[in-house]
Ligand binder design. Structure first.
Ligand code: CA
Length: 233
């Protein structure tokens, strides 16, 4: 049993054999599972079953996995829900699109159930690694001191506005995750703010100007928002 045992995994897959196999292996590891055969059913279960992770087949009849993933990300309630995409073909373009649309990881079919379980465990580990209340956040040479409200790169102070600071904090707390403009707007500006999501773009641009080391690290995610690339260790 692992530390993530007991977590619930939603499997959205229209091939019965694969569905059963994945379920068997996950349950053997102590995970709870729920199953959907179609995209719309998967989205329904995301709402009613509150899974901790979704294994999502790319090729589904009707609504494909990319669209399902996009909708999961676009909904503020599920925007951070971890998604592992199953891709039928190892075509680079599918994988790239999948990750752009906000999948956290992908596995190419055919795969061994053991490999899939390893990916699930690794993703849970990755998500549990970061304590959310650390007073200091770090990203390479960048250090953010939340208590003193200071940001420094290689020990040189970088003055930021309050909103830039808030935006940076939110990105640093969720490395590797796609954060939609709405989520960022609500987190940094608050729900009663009447600005547009363009405000987020403007501030991301300023943040990159002030912190050139983030220029390539903060990537724009097609039609959704932004992601801070994850760093190793
Ligand atoms: Ca399929």
């Amino acid at each position: 049993m692992t530390s993530s045992a007991g977590k619930k995994v939603l499997i959205v897959e229209d091939e019965q054999d694969i569905q059963s196999l994945v379920r068997l292996y996950l349950e053997k590891e102590g995970y709870r599972t729920c199953m959907a055969m179609t995209g719309p059913d998967g989205l329904k279960l995301v709402k009613t079953e509150h899974p901790d992770l979704v294994i999502l087949d790319l090729m589904l009849a009707g609504m494909d996995g990319l669209e399902v993933c996009k909708r999961i990300r676009a909904d503020p309630d599920t925007t951070l829900l971890p998604v592992i995409m199953l891709t039928a073909k190892a075509e680079e373009s599918d994988v790239v699109v999948g990750l752009e649309l906000g999948a956290d990881d992908y596995i190419t079919k055919p795969f061994s159930p053991k490999a899939l379980v390893a990916h699930v465990k690794a993703l849970f580990r990755r998500l549990e690694r970061k304590p959310d209340d650390s007073p200091r956040l770090q990203y390479g040479a960048l250090v953010m001191d939340l208590a003193r409200h200071e940001v420094a790169v290689a020990d040189r102070d970088i003055p930021l506005t309050a909103k830039e600071f808030g935006l940076l904090e939110h990105l640093l707390r969720h490395p590797g995750r796609v954060l939609t403009r709405d989520v960022l707007l609500n987190a940094v500006w608050g729900y009663d703010y009447y600005g547009t999501t363009r405000t987020v773009d403007v501030h991301v641009r300023r943040l990159k100007q002030k912190l050139p080391l983030l220029d390539e690290a903060i990537v724009s995610v097609k039609s959704l928002g932004y992601k801070l690339k994850e760093r190793d260790a």
